[in-house]
Design a protein around this ligand. Sequence first.
Ligand code: SAM
Ligand code: SF4
Ligand code: F3S
Length: 471
Amino acid sequence: MEELVAGKIHDEKRQGEAFLPDIESTGIHNKHFYIESYGCAMNFADSEVIASILQQNNFGATANFEEADLILINTCSIREKAEERIRKRLTEFKTAKKQNPSLIIGILGCMAERLKGNLLEEEKLVDIVVGPDAYRTLPQLIQEAETGQKAVNVLLSRDETYADISPIRLNSNGVNAFVSIMRGCNNMCSFCVVPFTRGRERSRSALSIIAECEALFNDGYREVTLLGQNVDSYYWRDEENNTNVSFAQLLEKAALISPLLRVRFSTSHPKDITDEVLFTINKYENICNYIHLPVQSGSTRLLQLMNRTYSREWYLAKVDRIKEIIPDCGLSTDMITGFCTETEEDHQDSMSLMEYCEFDLAYMYFYSERPGTLAARRFEDDIPLEVKKRRLQEMVNLHRVHSLKSMQRDVGKTFKVLIEGTSKKNQDELFGRNDQNKVVVFPKMNFKKGDYVIVKVHDCTAGTLIGKAIS
Ligand code: SAM
Ligand code: SF4
Ligand code: F3S
């Protein structure tokens, strides 16, 4: 599997940007593309599919947009702020185009799907607009744009999974990789734009998922993260062998590739995660004991308005069940403050749910109304911005206490850590993650990236465990 470095990543959940070195050895290509990715891990995985499609069409990657013939921006629409950031970036690229009129600028992903031709016609910000299910047509669209035509394809598909395309790894550390197992989402959470930008849910062939994981392992990768908006509803029918594959079975197949390959997954939906999945996680040492289980609110009334299809009690019972079956399971969540009609009492319900769960990690946002969603059509966005933000701050403060407690509980313990690279702060230290997804730093000694090492933790900060390798 080939590896290229191109563009930048912008991922809230990875907290920070990767600044990338320029690539070498692109001489065989007569044109170069630069790609920047925003939003969730699925967008990053898509960028790797896009890189593969472009490479087959004689485009080489570059990490420097000034030397690109084609600039692509893979976008996110999840909150208004995400779109504002992308618009700002597009304006910067437009300035580059003034200096180099033959430069082609393309917008891909969720914002392209949501705004369709508007970006091209009204705002004149880009030359190409491509939705998440139309990346195979990118080479034709580039040709059209080169001849000055408007190039748009935002058709959503019921069956596209890009299963046969072998992604080219971008910005890779050679240790962890994302593997898309499904696309789209059939849940209609009322606040969420994803069902509109990504279309209907469909599962990718288990055979191609496992083949991709095996190829990664053979190339030296030691961790795969299986990706979908709702991985627990993964379901693939193997017509040839007349069998069905559930998510638990898929996890098992991935775990069996090698005990040296760690398997992670994201995202789980509280209504769909099953005991079978939990028992499978528990059965295999290399399936990480870590579940991202977004709750969104602790108020059953709000959960109903959000169309999450579970209650506070259901969620809490799920958390209890996870801890019962996998006692040392790391748990994280997503929370929204200030959703339509949220009262102080609802907010306190969210806070008390967080007190109960003491999440190791939480991604918290204030509600941002998205045009066209069920909530935008049915409910008034009636909570003032300052109230949304105040509640968010209270929640962040509470979570800080929990995450520090969670880190402090690990001081004195030993963990198996998969080494991901050299610590940014200290060249003499390495960093990696433990099973529960916590970052661990420790002195380098003779260890290297991709090794597993047992580390004894002697200290911590709010975000990092600090230890020493003992084997
Ligand atoms: N599929 C996952 C799930 O079921 O929770 C995550 C989807 S979304 C990409 C990631 C998170 O963004 C959500 O869990 C939610 O907390 C947040 N989010 C989605 N729409 C939002 C909105 N309109 N305003 C604020 N946050 C939002
Ligand atoms: Fe959005 Fe809900 Fe689907 Fe997650 S499960 S992507 S929040 S609609
Ligand atoms: Fe954003 Fe689309 Fe992902 S809206 S969060 S990039 S599915």
